[in-house]
Ligand binder design. Structure first.
Ligand SMILES: C=CC1=C(C)c2cc3[nH]c(cc4nc(cc5[nH]c(cc1n2)c(C)c5CCC(=O)O)C(CCC(=O)O)=C4C)c(C)c3C=C
Ligand SMILES: [Fe+2]
Ligand SMILES: [Fe+2]
Length: 369
């Protein structure tokens, strides 16, 4: 085994704090070939599909990867922007905005890198970017407000797997979720209030979260609980009566039972109950992506209107809203507490001088740098 090392390390180098901001990932292009590559990596993750490997290998390679890439590519083509996949473009912009905000708030040097759990830029390349910037302490922030083993847990696996190949393993911390974080809840509530002020208010507000198999909840995954808590807290902030809001779960994959009620069934059932205007918000997605732009804003809207609904309004994800950036920056600043770069007594000049001294001593003792 050869570990990734620091052959050119200069004694006394100024160490920095690294922040790795991650999201799920997206194909490189809206084509069947790119989708095949992306789905192969994504759906082979045993945190995502827990079916025994030999059975799943046959199903995935014999059936799913021969049909789904084409269908999904057509959906991606509908939302693809001039700079690529919205999920990637938005996550990169979030990384830059959060980087600027934490550089103002932290005392020592800090580097932010953006990475995707599947596809590009990979977790490995994001960590490498941080290593090159001298990050000896790394905070990982997966942009999933509600912890799920299949998202946050899987990101933990990928990060620790990559770091296990490093010679000099950095101090590492993870943000495992922020479903009830005050600033996050406030930002979601503010985005809804602003949407209502501009577009008017529907008779009901539906909180739609990505689903997971029902069995994962039964095995102890806290995701379902966290989604319910987020929705309740936002509804409380908005002072919405109980009968004005609902929670549902979207994007079911495969034949097994997933978390219910299903979003599509809920949406098409509402006009029959007399609900003709509906607002939908997806607080589990920190960036707009296929699941919000295509499945909710397009497909679900059509289904609602076809079922007799009159007005359907999708409330965008928090994306690069200032209050979202501030909430994420605040989360980072709280999680790096106790690390020197976050300490108000951190003195950049003193660190640099100490570095010079160490380097001079190392040279005097015959080290090569
Ligand atoms: C926000 C949290 C998410 C959870 C939880 C989640 C679980 C989960 N997803 C699949 C299968 C697919 N998801 C796909 C797309 C997708 N999923 C999320 C987020 C969560 N997934 C996002 C943000 C996206 C969009 C990515 C983008 O490029 O815009 C897809 C790919 C698209 C498709 O072919 O339909 C699949 C497949 C499972 C099986 C699962 C839990 C076990
Ligand atoms: Fe998903
Ligand atoms: Fe629960």
């Amino acid at each position: 085994m050869t570990y990734i090392g620091e052959p050119n390390y200069r004694h006394g180098s100024l160490h920095s704090l690294g922040v790795l901001i991650t999201n799920l990932g997206t194909p490189d292009a809206p084509t069947p070939q790119a989708l095949r590559r992306y789905l192969k990596e994504f759906l082979w993750d045993s945190r995502v599909v827990e079916v025994p490997r030999p059975v799943w290998w046959l199903l995935l390679n014999g059936l799913i990867l021969n049909t789904r890439p084409r269908q999904s590519a057509a959906k991606y083509a509908r939302i693809w922007g001039k700079d690529g996949s919205p999920l990637l473009t938005i996550t990169k912009a979030q990384g830059q905005a959060v980087g600027r905000r934490i550089a103002e708030r932290l005392y020592g040097p800090v580097k932010v890198a953006v990475a995707m759990r599947y596809g590009n830029p990979s977790i490995r390349s994001g960590l490498e970017e941080l290593r090159r910037a001298g990050a000896r302490r790394i905070l990982v922030l997966p942009l999933y407000p509600q912890y799920a083993a299949s998202t946050t847990g899987s990101t933990f696996d990928a990060v620790t797997r990559a770091l296990s190949e490093w010679r000099w393993v950095p101090e590492t911390r993870f943000v495992m979720g922020y479903h009830d974080d005050d600033a996050y809840i406030d930002a979601v509530a503010a985005s809804i209030r602003e949407h209502w002020a501009t577009h008017g208010r529907g008779e009901r507000l539906l909180f739609s979260f990505h689903g997971i198999p029902r069995d994962y909840l039964d095995q102890g995954d806290p995701y379902h609980c966290y989604c319910q808590t987020t929705a309740r807290l936002v509804a409380e902030r908005l002072e919405l009566p109980e009968d004005r809001w609902l929670v549902s779960f979207q994007s079911r994959f495969g034949k097994a039972q997933w978390l219910t009620p299903y979003t599509l069934e809920t949406i098409v059932g509402l006009p029959g109950q007399g609900v003709k205007s509906l607002d939908v918000v997806c607080p589990g997605f920190s960036a707009d992506c296929l699941e919000t732009l295509e499945e909710i804003a397009d497909e679900s809207r059509e289904a609602f209107i076809e079922a007799g609904g009159e007005r359907f309004s999708y409330i965008p994800s928090l994306n690069t809203r200032q209050d979202h950036t501030d909430a994420l920056a605040d989360l980072i600043c709280r999680h790096v507490q106790g690390w020197p770069e976050a300490d108000e007594n951190y003195d950049r000049e003193a660190q640099r001088e100490a570095g010079e001294l160490i380097r001079a001593r190392a040279l005097a003792m015959g080290a090569k740098n």
